[in-house]
Design a protein around this ligand. Structure first.
Ligand code: PMP
Ligand code: GLU
Length: 403
């Protein structure tokens, strides 16, 4: 018997999204023809000016420890961009901590805010890492199922039902991974008012904010008045809209006392985010050429989204899906494909991988295995090929019902 591990990791499971990505890469390396629509990672290269700024930082010898909270240029660049996206509201760069990916920003925020016996509400389906991170703080994650009639988003009524005197926080994600749903400003405002009147912190994960198919960036908590933002952490980062997943740069905007605690926490864990990568990201957030490139990438995601939705609507009209308004995820329901012996997300994805060589993520990873997540961050050609195979499997399973 191996020695038991600490209670800190009693609930810990490896990330399923990361595991599926690893498995798809392993199969590809072994020569298998695999289409990976599992992982949530843009298929584009990092925009040139940002990549060059990273290389130049290395060449200029900016390779020593960075300031613990992040370099001033990057904090200022993010503050400016958040301000511009929210109509010029004041955003103080001193309230931003740069971390090694927004995953670490979320961890820092949760670890400094939550603890044993406290509860954290997580609208579900939820990105795989939120419940795990909350468990690591020894608080209890409480999943709040979203309304299927409403893009699987939660309302104040849902939050009220799930709430308890020990509720300390809520983790919101909009545009949402895994559903692609986007909360309207009115919906965010209602949740922020609810949180304020219940003394609950909001961690608002806005990493996909720029990948929004409505006009401009998606609505943000930062579009709300100051008095609703006293207990709020905004999570932002370079990975998704800037195609910079491997650079590992994320950010949290928080009240000063929390900034201090998060900085102290990472002074003992990572010291700070990779120094040259911070220079690359500083350029990403401030350079007009990169900005134009982000616009082109969002247009490509929009085109793929339209193509995908059209094909699902016309070829398998009975299949329910969440109307995707942002991010690059498409969430469709598989349990109704046949009446007897309902299909699960796990079995659908296994068959799809084994019979068709396409990787998707079962809804089980997001706490609801009636669904499957498809990430359309692949080329148009790969998307077309993968869709042929996915729709073929859906038809095959559906006709097995009729037989
Ligand atoms: N939040 C959400 C909703 C995500 O999908 C991801 C994807 N990895 C992250 C945070 C973390 O991203 P990163 O650590 O690369 O900034
Ligand atoms: N967030 C992405 C996803 O959901 C990347 C993998 C991960 O970090 O979970 O697929």
């Amino acid at each position: 018997m191996p020695d038991p591990l600490s209670l800190n990791v009693q609930h810990l499971k490896a990330s399923e999204t990361v595991a599926i990505s690893n498995e798809a890469k392993r199969r590809k390396a072994a020569g298998e023809d695999v289409l990976d629509l599992g992982v949530g990672e843009p298929d584009f290269d990092t925009p040139g000016p940002a990549a060059q700024a990273g290389v130049q930082a290395i060449q200029r010898g900016l390779t020593r420890y960075p300031p613990n909270v992040g370099i001033a240029e990057l904090r200022a660049g993010i503050a400016r961009q958040l301000s511009v996206m929210s109509g010029g509201r004041a955003v103080n760069a001193d309230n931003i901590v740069i971390s090694s990916g927004s995953k670490q920003s979320i961890f820092n925020a949760c670890f400094t805010l939550f603890g044993p016996k406290e509860r954290v509400l997580i609208p579900s389906p939820a990105w795989v890492s939120y419940p795990q991170i909350v468990h690591l703080t020894r608080a209890e994650p409480v999943l709040v199922p979203g309304d299927p009639e409403w893009g699987l988003k939660v309302s104040v009524r849902d939050l009220d039902r799930a709430s308890h005197k020990l509720t300390r926080g809520i983790i919101l994600c909009s545009p949402c991974n895994p559903t692609g749903a986007v909360y309207t400003l009115a919906e965010l405002k209602a949740i922020a008012e609810w949180a304020r009147s219940n003394d609950v912190w909001i961690i608002s994960d806005e990493i996909y904010r720029r990948i929004n198919y409505g006009p401009g960036p998606a609505p943000s908590l930062l579009d709300l008045p100051d008095e609703l933002l006293e207990r709020t952490v905004i999570i932002y980062g370079a990975s998704k809209a800037y195609a910079m997943t491997g650079w590992r740069i994320g950010a949290a905007l928080a009240p000063p006392h929390l900034v201090k605690a998060m900085a102290a926490l990472q002074s003992h864990t990572t010291t700070g985010a990779n120094h040259p990568a911070q220079w690359a990201a500083a350029t990403a957030f401030t350079d007009d050429r990169v900005d134009a490139e982000v616009g082109r990438m969002v247009n490509a995601f929009r085109r793929r989204r339209d193509y995908l939705v059209d094909r699902f609507r016309s070829e398998v009209p009975g299949i329910e899906f969440v109307e995707p308004h942002g991010a690059f995820y498409f969430f469709f329901r598989v349990d109704g494909i046949r009446d007897s012996d309902p299909v699960t997300g796990q079995s659908f994805c296994e068959q799809l991988m084994n019979q068709e060589g396409v990787a998707l993520v079962p809804g089980a990873a997001f706490a609801d295995d009636r669904w499957v997540r498809l990430s359309y961050s692949v080329s148009d050609g790969e998307l077309e090929k993968a869709l042929d195979k996915i729709l073929r499997l859906i038809r095959r399973l559906a006709s097995a019902r009729a037989a």
